[in-house]
Design a protein around this ligand. Sequence first.
Ligand code: SF4
Length: 154
Amino acid sequence: NFFKMKPKLLISACLCGSNTKYNGKNNLIKNFELIKNNFELFLVCPEVDGGLTTPRNPSEINGTKVFSNEGLDVTQEFYKGAEIALKTALDNNIKLALLKDGSPSCGSKKIYDGTFSNCKIDGMGITTRLLRNNNIEVYNENEIDLFLKCALNK
Ligand code: SF4
């Protein structure tokens, strides 16, 4: 139906090709055109939105805090970015998010273990947790088929 409204989607900016990753690169997904054609996109990058620079040192969650690999406490920036993502979602009545897995902000299944030894554990990022606590469904780029099926059949 040509007049059907596209569902709204909160999405990690790096998945759309924005160079917001800690190393100044992006994580453009290969089916981005499909996503773009089927949803109204709202791009967020919680780390940049929270005030961190790009490029920046990589960070990992350790307990209730977040530290860079040089030991800088960036917890506040991470929470600020998460609040901005949540506000974007609530202000626009967005119920669905597609975020980059593995990230200390955007991860939804896996995050790094806090020791900077390239070791992943089950867990979620600061932004994902806040969104889920507010009943926003968060998917990641490794489950796009499932995501499309669930999102477009609603
Ligand atoms: Fe991508 Fe999220 Fe990291 Fe920003 S914070 S670069 S959107 S994974």
